[in-house]
Ligand binder design. Structure first.
Ligand code: NAP
Ligand code: MG
Length: 399
């Protein structure tokens, strides 16, 4: 068979533990037999990050800015125990944090739906994609304990002019917090959301609590609306989608009643909470993809889960594991599809879609990894648990 050719390379970011094992198998079994894979390879495995003083992570992010599309394997974020396990020179920062900072992006998390696995909210028949703003608010807040006394918010501008507001006159003990965000970060977030919605041809919702937080959340609302009116309104109309702003509590009520098929842009804290709720309701972290989209239109695809350490330790002991590779497969297909679109390479897009369909068909016909077996319910189909490798081989047969 003639293999599909690629034009521009993908930036490939390898990772750690069980997902590193799965990464290699996916390439060997599902991609390389069909595609003349062209990648610029960066080894973000913890050993190599240590060897390069983490320079490799930044290099891979810069390569992503250069080429436009990356696919990333899950990586270990070191803690004290990992420092010892890998004899690290220092406790490196999370690679995702480094990459996000370099790309200035927003993370979109989307569930992968399969016939046979019903979400806890059965009317959610299409994906709900959560777009979480990843800068500021309570994650960069300053908070202090207060006693009897007066709390004030003071802002001094560059010319030394002061704005002073009384927060509260404490008559007794209490707590106090100040937080911030920047127009630049909010605008980047908004732009990423509008671009992603256009790309996926899905309507966009944005929610805050601007009736209560008139200045702070009001600023978010205004920035989104201004950008929409000035740059996106016509593009949205042409794509047949719309943008809606609503209050966060109204959005929650509407989401539960919806059938999905929406991008829901959330402020940092709302996105933290809502993405866990949505992921759980759809069934499993192993069926959730994640893509980082920069405001300049650069894409980095990955699985939403980690390196699945517990399974890796079993694998090292020679035991067979049944780790779910679906989110990692979809990270690859997402990246291949996007590369195909940017390069006008329709055979590559066709292949990526075919691989996704083969993956979903394999599961809906009853062959799956252990984590899905208990969730699977379909008349006339008895789910069968396969090892990771046998599951990949079953998919390959269907391609
Ligand atoms: P995890 O790797 O997501 O795994 C937690 C548990 O979830 C697993 O033990 C497993 O449950 C289940 N699970 C997750 N993915 C699965 C899959 N594909 N197939 C089957 N089961 C799956 O989280 P963690 O154990 O907390 O973190 C491990 C390492 O990953 C850490 O070093 C962390 O820093 C890193 N991490 C990286 C990223 C990233 O790169 N994006 C994200 C999160 C965590 P059972 O054991 O019950 O089977
Ligand atoms: Mg969370």
């Amino acid at each position: 068979m003639k293999k599909i050719k690629m034009i521009t390379p993908l930036v490939e970011m390898d990772g750690d533990e069980m997902t590193r094992v799965i990464w290699k198998l996916i390439k060997e079994i599902l991609i390389e037999p069909f595609v003349e894979l062209k990648t610029e390879y960066y080894d973000l495995g913890l050993k190599n990050r240590d060897l390069t003083d983490d320079k490799v992570t930044l290099d891979s992010a810069l390569a992503t800015l250069k080429y436009g599309v990356a696919v990333k394997c899950a990586t270990i974020t070191p803690n004290a125990q990992r420092m010892e396990e890998y004899s690290l020179k220092k406790m490196y920062k999370s690679p995702n944090g480094t990459i996000r900072a370099a790309l200035d992006g927003t993370v979109f998390r989307a569930p992968i739906l399969v016939d046979g696995i019903t979400p806890y909210i059965p009317t959610w028949t299409s994906p709900i994609v959560i777009a979480r703003h990843a800068y500021g608010d309570i994650y960069k807040a300053v908070d202090v304990k207060a006693g009897k006394g007066k709390a004030e918010l003071v802002y001094t501008d560059a010319n030394g002019n002061e704005k002073r507001e009384t927060v509260f006159d404490f008559g007794a003990d209490g707590v106090l917090m100040a937080m911030h965000n920047t127009d630049k970060s909010i605008e980047s977030f908004a732009r990423s959301c509008f671009n992603y919605a256009l790309d996926m041809k899905l309507p966009l919702w944005f929610s805050t609590k601007d009736t209560i937080s008139k200045v702070y959340d009001g600023n978010f609302k205004q920035i989104f609306q201004k950008l929409y009116d000035e740059e996106y309104k016509e593009k949205f109309a042409a794509a047949g989608i719309d943008y809606m702003y609503t209050l966060i509590d109204d959005a929650v009520a509407r989401i539960v009643r919806s059938s999905g098929g929406i991008v829901w842009a959330c402020k940092n804290y709302d996105g933290d909470v809502m993405s866990d709720m949505v992921a759980t309701a759809y069934g499993s972290l192993a069926m959730m993809t994640s893509v980082l989209v920069s405001p300049s239109g650069v894409y980095e695809y990955e699985a939403a889960h980690g390196t699945v350490t517990r399974h890796y330790y079993k694998f090292l002991k020679g035991e067979e594991t049944s780790t779910n590779p679906v989110a990692t497969i979809f990270a690859w297909t997402g990246a291949l599809k996007k590369r195909g679109e940017l390069d006008n390479n329709s055979p590559l897009i066709f292949f990526a879609k075919r691989l996704e369909k083969a993956t979903l068909d394999t599961i809906s016909c009853g062959e799956m990894t252990g984590d899905l077996v208990s969730m699977f319910k379909k008349d006339g189909v008895t789910p069968k648990k396969l090892s990771t490798k046998d599951f990949l081989l079953a998919i390959a047969k269907r391609i």
